[in-house]
Design a protein around this ligand. Sequence first.
Ligand SMILES: [Zn+2]
Length: 324
Amino acid sequence: MLLAGDIGGTKTLLGLFDQQPSRPRAILIRAFTTLDFPDLNAMIAAFADESGGRGAGIATACFGVAGPVINDTAELTNVPWRVDAPTIGRAFGIPRVLLLNDLQATAYAVPVLHGDELHTLQAGKAVEGGDMALIAAGTGLGQALLHRVDGRFVSSPSEAGHADWGARNEREISVLRSLIHRFGRAEVEQVVSGQGLVNLHRVTHPGACPAVEDADDPDAPAAISRAALERTCERCMEALSIFVDAYGAEAGNVALRSMATGGVFISGGIAPKILPALVDGRFMRAFLEKAPLDGMLSRVPVKVVLNTDAGLLGAAVHAAAARA
Ligand SMILES: [Zn+2]
């Protein structure tokens, strides 16, 4: 038996999985509101109560955590939790407890995803055994790489969302000026994330917006993309247009930095919600605008991950591999 978790700033998924050769099978999955619990141990205890003994004999646990993992310990970026692998192991008698960055965990799901869990933006021509990369805009912006090492994929974490954002045209330079004025510098995450969409909304709306009353509302990013997709506010359409361009351009940057000849995968909560805006050509145009390497990039498969539980699945995949 395996225990897997995807620990986010807002929502946490815990799941029990059966050991299977490549893709562990889910037995029980539960979603929790992260801040309803003082720490992960209390949440695991509540999950164990619900599982009614099905969680007996857990050999390995693996958790993807929204924050940097150092020495088997993670401080979450937006939650006052400290997750410590050895403490969990001792508390629940689990011999092996692994912690990963959440995107690193999601990356482990990529090789086992089925065709209907992906939407192809560019078929390309994958190089057999080529490295892959993952980019995910949600509350923040995450990136992870999948390297082929000794016949299996090993994922590596990053804090690439906090790297500098490169503006590519006059419209983006005006966004860059606004971000530098407000924050002192411009991170990629301040453009390509839910909060990034709100920052873009601020730039494109000199006056009031019929769709969003309060830009600080946690639902503002969803309201902006809805107004853009339903074409009810032209300035929201402009904000989403800049967002999609910047997302595609950054996905292209990830492909260049990692030589992801096996594919670039677009994960995170936003992509499935704005799929009509990702498939209309703008995203891939921005992805490919990297002359003289546009030819190489045109052969990179680019796919949207539609499975919103991929982070949990990836943690289970990693737990299964570690146990073998
Ligand atoms: Zn608007």
